[in-house]
Design a protein around this ligand. Structure first.
Ligand code: UDP
Ligand code: MG
Length: 260
């Protein structure tokens, strides 16, 4: 199979038919064999009946349903388990990502031999204060910690060589850090493509202010695990040194005070 398109979604009933129609148009124009895997992350609207209807009309459209809302990372993880395509492309369900990007993303994996290509929403159509600025800070921190030169770690539009998605597990809020997980799994050829970003046409965003707190916490987990997973005793050694250093400082200060 040439390409699997994995779409995590939570309450996106309005955009699904239009999105599937657009993706189908693009893959058919390029003669790809394909599947569209829609992972319904416990929607409470009619998303699941829309998916069922779409998959009857087009057998290349498949659905996975969660009984409750587990989060975007869990949805991507299940989609990745089911994906069969040589190249796997993820995109959001709200039509902020353009399916027209699929052929070039796939070409970069197949011909340029990238393991992972991450979209870069260079021109964003999101709220400047609540998303654009915190996102810049998050990306700068992620670049520093991971040493991966990407501008936009959290872009929903990404392409992967099949081997990559079968080698990583995405949990918690880790969908923001997938390039880091891929690098740790040994996939070093990570590239970037400027992609078109569009204003949300239907529904509302599912992430609030806490997105960046969660993102940073997971980034710190990554940095912690990256540093100590292979040598956990080094962590306790650091703590011991820290305690000893403070004890020593306190002692010398009290001696100093006695003398004067
Ligand atoms: N999403 C999901 N589970 C959630 C929250 C979001 O599957 O718990 C999906 C959502 O339906 C969309 C994608 O993740 O397809 C990105 O969400 P959203 O558009 O709200 O994020 P934003 O574009 O505002 O960063
Ligand atoms: Mg969105």
């Amino acid at each position: 199979m040439d390409v699997s398109i994995v779409i995590p979604l939570y309450n996106e009933e309005e955009s699904l038919p239009e999105l599937c129609e657009w993706i189908t148009r693009v893959v058919n124009a390029n003669n790809y064999s394909y599947e569209i895997i829609m992972v319904d992350d416990g929607s409470t609207d009619d998303s699941w009946s829309v998916i069922q209807k779409l998959s009857v009309e087009n057998p290349n459209i498949k659905g996975i349903k969660f009984q409750r809302n587990y989060g975007k990372s869990a949805a991507l993880n299940e989609g990745f388990k089911a994906a069969q395509g040589d190249v796997v492309i993820t995109m959001d369900a709200d039509m902020q990502d353009s399916p027209d990007e699929i052929p070039e993303l796939r070409r970069m994996i197949v011909e340029d031999k990238y393991d992972l290509v991450s979209g870069w929403k260079k021109k964003r159509y999101d709220n400047r204060l609540t998303k654009n600025l915190p996102s810049k800070i998050f990306n700068a921190a992620a670049r520093r910690i991971s040493k991966i030169k990407l501008h936009d770690f959290n872009c929903g539009l990404k392409a992967y060589r099949k081997k990559v998605i079968k080698s990583i597990e995405i949990y918690g809020e880790m969908h923001r850090n997938i390039p880091v997980l891929a690098k740790w799994a040994g996939f070093r050829k990570i590239g970037e493509k400027v992609v078109e970003h569009r204003p949300r046409k239907y529904g509302v965003t599912k992430f609030g202010w806490d997105r960046f707190i969660n993102g940073f916490l997971d980034l710190s987990t990554l940095s912690f695990v990256g540093r100590f997973s292979k040598r956990p005793m080094h962590f306790f050694w650091l703590i011991r040194n820290y305690i000893f250093y403070h004890w020593f400082l306190k002692q010398s200060l009290s001696n100093h005070c006695k003398n004067y």
